[in-house]
Design a protein around this ligand. Structure first.
Ligand code: NI
Length: 258
């Protein structure tokens, strides 16, 4: 069930059955020579919407803009600041909480969103903890889960691509968009990725990158240690199929939490 294609009456009826919603969240940033600008949002959305097809779960409007300043030296990237994302997440949650929603499961496709979203969740809980509006917000819970945290999907992406998976513009995420949008598959020639410094993940994992000019200097075609020429729609279908049952089980466990 998609929020944007529902009536308010249908949402009211849903609230009598469930207080939970899944919110896809991604980014609008370059994804290497053959990856779509919207890759992170499209991956999260494809998995979330499939969950919504298979179970009675409301899927909220996708948050398509994320924290991606480091990719601004590549044309087409649209970023918002971390503080802007925090404000958007809080207003999104408060809007639906006003109607009676209590559990917000953000299904994420972009590492740069993780810190800002978790900080926004802490601010929302602080409103209850400081006893302002305690009645309305005491039951509010938020969780962010990135699709590659699902064990089966994560295992599959390394089975498929091992060292060529890399950290950004990965063949897995490009494959998911190819499965979801076969009419938008792009091809490009690219070299095999060079090895990343051994401390790269420790220093920059989770998109803790420096500014945009530095980032483009280090990664001139936008990839980080990946070979997305290996992507295929078939692999994308397998990755979606691996992620969906785990996303649903994880969401249901979240709903059932005290
Ligand atoms: Ni991505």
């Amino acid at each position: 069930m998609l929020l944007e294609r529902s009536t308010w009456g249908e949402v009211e009826a849903y609230l009598a059955r469930s207080k939970g919603v899944i919110v896809p969240i991604g980014s609008m940033e370059q994804h290497g020579p053959n990856g779509l600008i919207g890759t992170d949002a499209l991956c999260a959305e494809a998995i979330a919407r499939q969950v919504g097809e298979e179970a009675d779960v409301l899927i909220g409007p996708t948050l398509t803009l994320g924290v991606a300043q480091f990719n601004l030296a590549f044309p087409g990237t649209v970023t918002i600041r971390a503080e802007t994302l925090m404000a958007v997440v809080k207003d999104y949650v408060r809007s639906l909480a006003r109607a009676g929603f209590e559990r917000f499961y953000f299904l994420n496709g972009h590492g740069g969103n993780i810190a800002a979203c978790n900080a926004a969740f802490q601010d929302l809980y602080a409103d209850a903890s400081f006893e302002r509006d305690r009645v309305n917000r005491a039951g509010l819970r938020c969780r962010l889960r990135s699709w590659w945290e699902y064990d089966a999907a994560n295992k599959l992406r390394y089975e498929l691509y091992s060292d060529s998976e890399g950290l950004h513009a990965t063949p897995s995420e490009v494959a998911i968009t190819q499965a979801a949008f076969p009419g938008a598959i792009k091809s490009a020639t690219m070299s095999k990725p060079g090895a990343l410094p051994s401390d790269y993940y420790r220093n920059f994992g989770g998109d803790k990158h420096y500014d945009a000019d530095h980032h483009r200097r280090w990664f001139p075609d936008g990839r980080i240690g990946s070979d997305p020429s290996l992507a295929s729609p078939e692999a994308g279908r397998r990755l979606i199929a691996a992620a969906v049952p785990e996303a649903l089980a994880d969401y249901r466990a979240f709903l059932a939490e005290d």
